[in-house]
Design a binder for this molecule. Sequence first.
Ligand code: UDP
Ligand code: MG
Length: 317
Amino acid sequence: MDISVVVPLYNEAESLPELTEWIRQVMNKNAFSYEIILVDDGSDDDSWPVIETLKTEHAEIVGIKFRRNYGKSAALNVGFEAAQGNVVITMDADLQDSPDEIPELYRRIREENFDLVSGWKQKRYDPLTKTIPTKFFNAVTRSMSGIKNLHDFNCGLKAYRRDVVKSIEVYGEMHRYIPVIAKWAGFKKIGEQVVEHRARKYGTTKFGFSRFINGFLDLLSIFFVGKFAKRPMHFFGSLGVISFITGTLIALWIIGQKLYHIAYHIRYTREVTDQPLFYIALVAIVVGFQLFLTGFIAELVSRNAPERNNYQIEKTL
Ligand code: UDP
Ligand code: MG
């Protein structure tokens, strides 16, 4: 099979017939073999009955229904597990992404050998309250992840080589950072394509202001998990040791000074407890010790994690 289109959806009943029909036209025109995986993320509207009806007349549709709303990342993850195509395309159900982009995305994965091609909604039809924070977000993500060439990490329209979706896990609200997750997993050829973006035709957006707060926290955890999850001691331990040694040296210096004064009967002008340095030394020793312990406990936890020896193997001979 050439293409799997994975569509996460939550209360998008009105859009579905138009969306699937449009995808069908594009696929037939290009003679692709395909499937459309519609993942109903626990909708309360008529989305599932609509999917059932569509399925009767359109055999390429695969429907998956969650019992409750788990979120877009969960829906994508399940769609990825089910996908059989060589190229997997994700798109939103709200008709903001255009299926006309599919052939070009497919071509870039197959012929230009990209692992992942992300859409870039260069001209957006969203309110300013959304587009301005998004710019900031993308800039932060770009510099933290080292993926310099992406402008729009959270674009719903993306194309993946099959290996990519089978080797990554998307949970929580991590769908915003799939390119980062893919990069950590070792997929380096990540490209971008300017795509057409349209105003939402039916329904309303499913993400409110919380998207910015959650998005930022997720970025931090992605960064730490990716960098240190397998070796927490290197992070906490090194900071802890530095802090502990600094504190100890300062303390020794203060004690040495005091002993020196006593030994040579020099009048001591300032008590040890009157010196700010003394308190700095105390804090540094305590904090250092705690950081070290944190690293040690994290190390024990990660040693017990079932996936501690999961490595991505690309090829064996
Ligand atoms: N979505 C989902 N589960 C959710 C929230 C959203 O599957 O809990 C789907 C939604 O139906 C749509 C896509 O994710 O297909 C993007 O959502 P939306 O268009 O509301 O986001 P926006 O375009 O405002 O970023
Ligand atoms: Mg949308």
